[in-house]
Ligand binder design. Structure first.
Ligand code: AMP
Length: 453
């Protein structure tokens, strides 16, 4: 199958071909004709599937349609609005718009918080056909009447689950209220919680459903490994693996910003070039770290979940969970950074006895048991007992920690408890994979309230 078989115009096929793509990915093969048809879309696809081109290409085509009428007079209005959860993702999506739209006459702009608003205001005085934005900054601009959203023809919510996680639902609803009722809506989400379904019900009209990755499933191209390690040997194990396995480009996840900083410093002391990125770092520092990592000058990038959202590095070979996430869906998102669009990747988790319940929750969500292994010379103490994990996810996402919030989820939703406070949470190593107790589906707990402009 070729891009031209999907009904795309010559100038778009030319742009993707020049960019080096020959074959559409499955999400592209399904989404492109649907969007060209003007249908609403609900797509289950995580980063790495090629979803961005799946909506950007047909949007470019629909907006370039010469039979469509432009404004009779005055400033051309925004015609397509793409909302993303993070600045990094917004920047990457807008870059894709420019790449794929290079042979069209359409203009695009990206706006997000954390940088000066003034250049964005002046750019908005010109023609912007496609606006890519994070919700907080867009709402600021809209409330000051600096952007006109009344003529938007196509709305995209990219990584909608993440936007809800980050507490953007109210901003999103306010933005939607500013759009014309008649429009095309595309919703992309890696996971489908009840909250996402509720949002989709109110937003989409007779949507076409496309699912390329199994629901809450981890991509098949990713080899997943769990190394059982001692709590206080994780850093040594990580340095050892990086050096002996000769990993060159490693994205490492920690649960907290503080943990990310500390680990990056320790790795540097071990002679491994590394930097941390998280929400407390300036946009300039984040962009610089990411650029060096992409170029290959930086061997290790240590990130928190939020900072890593939307990082698009093709063929990232290694993702390491230095600490398992207490929210199992975050595991799916984290390892989605590797094994992208057809290339193989390896996701390694360093798991100590305190995190075994997190591991079981992940295995229950992804419906697969992860193979356990030990690193020679770093065998874990078989008699180690679990200690409580301080969940400080407020630091990361500005929201209550799931476990720490047990019982306060949405009405009817069950919240999970931290590993250490649950019965059985202090078991030593040796529990069988997949032997988790049923009943505590962490995915339903409350996690909104955070904001990240
Ligand atoms: P996305 O899921 O949109 O973040 O895309 C993931 C990665 O796949 C990006 O690095 C894209 O450049 C790449 N990609 C997208 N479409 C294709 C394609 N048809 N062939 C090869 N690579 C692609």
């Amino acid at each position: 199958m070729h891009f031209s078989d999907l009904g795309l115009a010559e100038e778009l096929v030319r742009a993707v071909t020049e960019h080096g793509y020959t074959t559409p990915t499955p999400i592209q093969a399904q989404a492109i004709p649907t969007v060209l048809d003007g249908r609403d879309l609900m797509a289950g696809a995580q980063t790495g599937t090629g979803k961005t081109a799946g909506f950007v290409l047909p949007i470019l085509q629909r907006l370039s349609d010469p039979t469509r009428k432009g404004p009779a007079n005055g400033r051309a209005p925004v015609r397509a609005l793409i909302l993303t959860p993070t600045r990094e993702l917004a920047a990457q999506v807008e870059e894709s718009v420019r790449t794929y739209g290079r042979h069209t006459k359409l203009n695009s702009l990206v706006v997000f918080g954390g940088v000066s608003i003034n250049p964005q205001i002046s750019r908005l005085k010109g023609r912007v056909d496609i606006l890519v934005a994070t919700p907080g900054r867009l709402l600021d601009l809209a409330q000051q009447k600096l952007v006109d959203l009344s003529q938007v023809e196509i709305l995209v919510l990219d990584e909608a689950d993440r936007m809800l996680d980050m507490g953007f639902i109210r901003d999103i609803r306010k933005i939607i209220a500013l759009l014309p009722k008649q429009r095309q809506n595309l919703l992309f989400s890696a996971t489908f919680s009840d909250e996402i379904k509720l949002l989709a019900d109110g937003l989409l009209s007779k949507p076409v459903l496309i699912e390329v990755a199994r629901r809450n499933a981890t991509a098949d191209l990713i080899a997943q490994k769990v190394y059982e390690v001692n709590r206080d040997e994780k850093r040594q194990v990580l340095s050892h693996l990086i050096k002996t396995e000769r990993w060159t480009q490693v994205l490492v996840f920690t649960r907290t910003k503080h943990g990310a900083n500390r680990l990056a410093e320790q790795l540097l002391k071990d002679g491994i070039a590394s930097m941390a990125i998280h929400g407390n770092k300036s946009q300039t520092a984040r962009t610089k770290a990411l650029a060096e990592f992409k170029k290959g000058d930086l061997r290790v990038l240590v990130a928190t979940d939020i900072a890593a959202r939307g990082i698009d590095i093709s063929e990232l070979p290694h993702v390491v969970n230095y600490e398992l996430p207490n929210v199992p869906e975050d595991y799916v998102h984290r390892i989605g950074r590797t094994g992208r669009a057809g290339s193989n990747g390896e996701a390694i988790s360093l798991v100590c006895v305190d995190e075994l319940d997190f591991l079981r929750n992940i295995e229950r969500l992804t419906k697969r048991s992860l193979p356990r292994a030990k690193v020679d010379g770093f065998e874990p103490d078989p008699n180690a007992r679990a200690q409580p994990i301080q969940l400080r996810s407020q630091q990361n996402r500005g929201a209550p920690a799931r476990g720490a919030h047990a019982g306060k989820g949405r009405p009817g939703g069950k919240a999970s408890q931290p590993a250490s406070t649950r019965p059985g949470g202090s078991k030593p190593f040796g529990g069988k994979p997949g032997s988790a107790r049923p009943g505590t589906r962490s995915g339903s707990a409350h996690r909104s309230g955070g904001r990240h402009r």
